[in-house]
Every structure is written in C-alpha cells, then in structure tokens.
Design a binder for this molecule. Structure first.
Ligand SMILES: Cc1cc2nc3c(=O)[nH]c(=O)nc-3n(C[C@H](O)[C@H](O)[C@H](O)COP(=O)(O)OP(=O)(O)OC[C@H]3O[C@@H](n4cnc5c(N)ncnc54)[C@H](O)[C@@H]3O)c2cc1C
Length: 412
C-alpha cells in the first residue's frame, strides 16, 4: 500500500513527487515515456524558470532541476509505465499500469494526476480536403526537429497564432526552410506578446490575421492549401479564397487537458477550462484525487504549472493526515469579461489566502478586478494590463468569503 501515486513525470508531477517524499510519504511516480521531464524535453528554447529561479532556462535545464530533486528523494520512479485506469473502492485507489513487460496493479491512499494536455487536431477544427501526408501538430514538429533532427517540410503553412505555433515558426526559420506563412482567425496573435515579438516580428516571418486554412490539397503529399479570409465571427468571406502552395501544414490550434482519465474516475470537468474542477488545494471532486499542472488548465508559464504542485502537496498531506475540513463549499465562477477561473471552489476555512487564476476575455489597460458576491464587491485590485493571451493570478483572503455561497470574478 502506497501513500501517494503520482501519474505523469513532467515538471508538475516531478515537483509534487519530491515535495511529498520530502514530507516523508511513500511516493510512486509513474511515467509512460522512457524519460522524465514531460513536454519540456522538446522545448530547447529558453524562457523557462524566470519566476521560480530568476533566470531564463531552456526546457531541459528547467526539467533537470526537478529530476534531480526527485532522484534526491526516496521516490519510486517507474518509467514506461502507462496508467490505463484508476478506480476507487472503499476509500483506496487501485491503479492499473501497462509496461512493456506486464500489466501491474498498485494500491494507494491518494493519487495525483499530472498528465498534462494534448494538441487539438485537424478533425476537431473541421478542415476539409483530402488527407495527404505532411500535416502535423506543432508539438510533433517541435519534437521531430529538436529531438530527432528531422525537418518536416520546406514550404510551410502554420495555422494558429498561439505560443506553440510561434515558437515552432522560429525553429523552422532558424533551420532554414524556404518559406513560412502563419495564418490565424483572430485579429491579433493569441499567444504571449513576448513570443509574438521574439519569434515572429524579430524574424520578419510573414503572418496573416483573420485568415484560415479551409482545405488541405494534395494526393499523397500536401501540395497546397485553400486560404480564406474570415470576419470577426470567423465566418469565411466569399470571394477571398486563395490557393497557396506549400508542402506541409502545421496545426497549432490549441491544447486540451487530458481530463478523460479523471472523468472515468467520476471527477467533474469544467467545460470552460476542459480540466477537472478543483478546490484551493487542487483536489478534484473525488476525495483524495488531486490534479496539478497543465491538466488543470493550460498555463502560459511552466513556473505557474509547477506552483500548483507545491499547494497540491499540502492538500495531499492534509488529506492523508485527515486534516481536511471541507466546511466552506463556496463556488468560484467567471463573471463579466472573464473566460475561466480556477480553482472552481473553495472548501476549507484553513489558510489565510489562496491563489486564483483567471483568463480575461478582453484586452484592457488599468482594469479593475472585482471579487463579487450577491452584487457586492468583496475585494478588488487594479492590474496594469490584461489580455486573453495572458493568464492572470490574484490572491484572495478566505475571511472575506465566510457566509458566501457563490463568488464571481469580474474584470471592469
Ligand atoms: C511548444 C511549447 C512551448 C512552451 N514554451 C514555454 C516557455 O517558453 N516558457 C514556459 O514557462 N512554458 C512553456 N511551455 C509550457 C510548459 O511546457 C508546460 O507548462 C509544462 O510542460 C506543463 O507541465 P506538466 O507537468 O503539467 O505537463 P507535461 O509536461 O505535459 O507532462 C505530462 C507528463 O505526463 C505523462 N503522461 C500522460 N499520460 C500518462 C499516462 N496515462 N500514464 C503515465 N504518464 C502519462 C506524459 O508522458 C508527460 O511526461 C511550452 C509548451 C509547449 C507545448
């Protein structure tokens, strides 16, 4: 019988494993790949760790810090261990793992899901045309170039103006492809302003807002795409169709938390974040099942994803020591000009302040962020600038929530 099983050996799984082992718990870390580090192993650019370590590290450098921490603690690490299912019976978790050699079962008092997210594919965004080879997701291209030295194409169209697409565009440029065109339906890049500047504008990579790939053309291999302009509702504008020749199409059209496994366990999922609904200690709606990192929602920075692990480790400790009280039960919801809020509920009176992450729905300078209940402002603060491309964090005191049932976060 283990105290905790952590599923996923990316940065957030590594961080929660080492924190819990440091607290003296018997921890097993399960990772489906043959190495630790998660997504960061393919992110060879810098920009990681500025908040936690005060310096801009590459992905593997950042991962290495947490790999060393886990290896320095008494964590039982199992690689090539794919978690197929988790069930809870009589208060204990039964975890079924598939390895290259066998199917194994583990029993644990608690479980932490740190399995990250996946990329959306062409079928989810309904691109038409034939199905030739040469269509990739941005993460796959990043992996091919950075880990295996394979260039997927020479004349590339990238669909999506988010962070992953911009970073991949810069990689392709630096590898010397003939041409790159980035298209996206929004008016502005949807990724961080820092990435737009450092990856696209600094290298003069061509980009076209309010444009989408409607069809992918080609028999065996991609030969061209049909581009079309769209209006502010992303509806194609008739007469603007254009055939654009290319040999590969890269999709960078969003990341989706891997929530299915938690749903199978019976945890509730937030339709807005696509991640599990959690409390302030990152516990899901299944007692003793926690969730950390990009599985909760897509964090812009790995530093924030990892910070969830530190709080979750406290939550697991409280659960294992039977210290959880769960006497507040207050719902947190997005209000005016806010798309998502996590955590979705606050359960305990203990602890003075807790962090709330929210994604604004508007771009605005000097906006007021208000914590509201029954039409009254409970607490407010002013931010310098907000935008949908930047996930925001505020700290809320639990004292102000006492007696409330539902609290709403507004941006004015
Ligand atoms: C292209 C790109 C560029 C980025 N650039 C930056 C940047 O510049 N700065 C920054 O701060 N952040 C950046 N990020 C974000 C950063 O990579 C993430 O915040 C971070 O990797 C999230 O960590 P995680 O542990 O939650 O998930 P992941 O790193 O995705 O780790 C999840 C782990 O779970 C494992 N797993 C999944 N399912 C199972 C299963 N069933 N059984 C066992 N194991 C499983 C996976 O193999 C993986 O190892 C970037 C991300 C991408 C994709």
């Amino acid at each position: 019988m283990k105290d905790v099983v952590v599923i996923g050996g990316g940065p957030s799984g590594l961080a929660v494993s080492s924190e819990l082992a440091k607290k003296g718990y018997d921890v097993v870390l399960l990772e489906r790949n043959d190495e630790l580090g998660g997504l960061l192993q393919q992110c060879i650019h810098d920009g990681f760790g500025t908040d936690l370590f005060g310096e801009s590290l590459s992905g593997p450098e950042f991962a290495d810090i947490f790999i060393s921490r886990v290896r320095g603690e008494d964590v039982d690490i199992k690689l090539e261990a794919y978690v197929r299912s988790v069930n809870k019976e009589e208060g204990l978790f039964n975890i079924v793992t598939v390895t290259p050699k066998s199917v194994e079962e583990l029993e644990a008092r608690s479980v932490v899901y740190a399995i990250g997210c996946r990329e959306r594919n062409q079928f989810e965004i309904k691109i038409g045309g034939t199905r030739p080879s040469g269509v990739y997701t941005a993460g796959t291209v990043q992996r091919l170039i950075n880990l295996y030295g394979i260039l997927p194409g020479k004349d590339v169209v990238i669909l999506g103006g988010g962070d992953v697409g911009m970073i991949v565009a810069r990689h392709l440029f630096l590898e010397g492809v003939n041409s790159i065109l980035m298209v996206y339906p929004e008016e502005f890049f949807s990724g961080l302003p820092r990435n737009a500047q450092q990856c696209i504008l600094d290298f003069d990579i061509p980009y076209r807002p309010r444009t989408i790939v409607r069809d992918i053309l080609g028999d065996k291999k991609v030969k061209a795409v049909e581009l079309v302009d769209v209006d502010e509702d992303w509806e194609p504008i008739p007469g603007t169709e254009e055939i654009y020749h290319c040999d590969s199409v890269i999709l960078s059209v969003g990341l989706v938390p891997y929530s299915e496994k938690l749903e199978d366990l019976g945890a509730r999922v937030d339709k807005k974040t696509s991640g599990p609904m959690i409390n302030e200690y990152f516990e899901t709606t299944v007692d003793g099942a926690f969730s950390v990192g990009n599985l909760i929602q897509i964090f812009d920075y790995v530093d924030d994803a990892v910070k969830t692990s530190f709080t979750a480790a406290e939550g697991v400790e409280r659960y294992l020591e039977n210290e959880s009280k769960k006497d507040l039960g207050i719902e947190l919801k997005p209000g005016d000009n806010v798309r998502t809020v996590t955590p979705q509920r606050v359960d305990e009176r203990t602890g003075e302040k807790f962090s709330v992450f929210f994604r604004p729905a508007i771009e605005k300078e000097d906006p007021k962020v208000e914590v509201m209940s029954k039409g009254e402002v409970l607490e407010s603060c002013v931010k310098r600038y907000v935008s949908p491309s930047i996930l925001e964090e505020i700290s809320i005191s639990k004292d102000i929530l006492l007696g409330e049932e539902e609290v709403i976060i507004d941006v004015r």
